[in-house]
Design a protein around this ligand. Structure first.
Ligand SMILES: Nc1ncnc2c1ncn2[C@@H]1O[C@H](COP(=O)(O)OP(=O)(O)O)[C@@H](O)[C@H]1O
Ligand SMILES: [Mg+2]
Length: 224
């Protein structure tokens, strides 16, 4: 179980530019991995490919032993809806839905809203949002919105959590809270975490760091 990438590359545009090349890695179930590298080094692109949101131009990605390129549309949507949670730098909450409704969005997609409502409330409480279930996103602070986005990513109890600079738009106090929640899901629930970060301090919270330089894995991670 886990994610295995073999010789993954990504080329885009006209004329064609290669933005990722020769990426081979293995992320074992239960690991907490930080993906680091300068801006433009390909971190987001790699994260999207590993999470099935984007496809590789070459090479192979296997999730839990299955080649993503050979999965049926049904299997891919099962992975996206149930096995994977996403947290982005900007939270993309739905403005017209309450906090509780936003957290339950992934459950609604799979028809499990009722079953998961009490768990969603429990997550909101644990994330310091108890009593704010009925607020709209604009009635919450930036830190609260990001915590809400993490609760949404976790409501399906996903096996994998992909986070793209989850603290990128937060102050240090809120960054600390968000990072602790991510680490807790890794430790307490065995969620495999793959997190892009600019912050070397937080990269140090991970079991392991994968460092990208110009779209390739660097064997000697030094600075960002
Ligand atoms: N859709 C796109 N069209 C053109 N260039 C892109 C596109 N997506 C990413 N890139 C380029 O690919 C490189 C890697 O991007 P990205 O994965 O977003 O890097 P990072 O997340 O490390 O900042 C950058 O040079 C970026 O400009
Ligand atoms: Mg990025």
């Amino acid at each position: 179980m886990g994610i295995v990438a073999t010789g993954v590359g990504k080329s885009i545009g006209k004329p064609i530019v290669r933005i990722l090349g020769d990426i081979s890695l293995e992320i074992r179930s239960g690991e907490f991995v930080a993906l680091t590298g300068r801006s433009g080094s390909g971190k987001s692109t790699l994260l999207y490919i590993l999470s099935t949101l984007d496809d590789a131009s070459e090479g192979r990605v296997e999730i839990d032993g299955r080649d993503v390129a050979r999965m049926s549309a049904t299997e891919i949507s099962e992975i996206r809806n149930e096995r994977v949670g996403f947290v982005f730098q900007f939270h993309y909450l739905l403005a017209e839905l309450t906090a509780l409704e936003n957290v339950l969005m992934p459950a609604r997609k799979t028809g499990r809203t009722e079953e998961l409502t009490s768990y969603a409330r429990e997550l909101l409480g644990r994330f310091g949002l108890g009593g704010k279930e009925d607020r709209l996103p604009r009635q919450l602070s930036g830190g609260e919105q990001q915590r809400l986005a993490i609760a949404r990513a976790l409501v399906m109890k996903p096996r994998y959590l992909f986070a793209d600079e989850p603290t990128g738009s937060l102050d240090s106090a809120n960054s600390e809270i968000v990072m602790k929640l991510i680490r807790e899901s890794n430790r307490n629930f065995g969620t495999t975490v793959i997190m892009v970060t600019h912050d070397l301090g937080y990269a140090g919270w991970a079991d392991r760091r994968i460092h990208l330089v110009d779209g390739r894995i660097s064997s000697t991670p030094t600075s960002t």
